[in-house]
Design a protein around this ligand. Structure first.
Ligand SMILES: N[C@@H](CCC(=O)N[C@@H](CS)C(=O)NCC(=O)O)C(=O)O
Length: 64
């Protein structure tokens, strides 16, 4: 299943949520809090999958 790393107040993230919903694509939403503890987007685990440290990030499972 698609996995969307998202933040509820992010306009960039909600545009992707709108597109996924219009396409009827199921996805798991994983919250990334941009303010808590200096921003969860700066945690090494998140930077490993999104080096720029921004949301959204869409994981498709097709990693090569
Ligand atoms: N052009 C990028 C913009 C992403 C972006 O700037 N996201 C903001 C939230 S709307 C963000 O993650 N900010 C966190 C930060 O800069 O630390 C995209 O559409 O993916």
């Amino acid at each position: 299943m698609l996995r969307l790393y998202t933040y509820f107040r992010s306009s960039a993230a909600y545009r992707v949520r709108i597109a996924l919903n219009l396409k009827g694509l199921a996805y798991e939403a994983v919250p990334v809090h941009l303010l808590r503890d200096g921003g969860e987007q700066n945690l090494p685990a998140y930077r490993a999958l999104s080096p720029l440290g921004t949301v959204p990030a869409l994981q498709t499972g097709a990693r090569h």
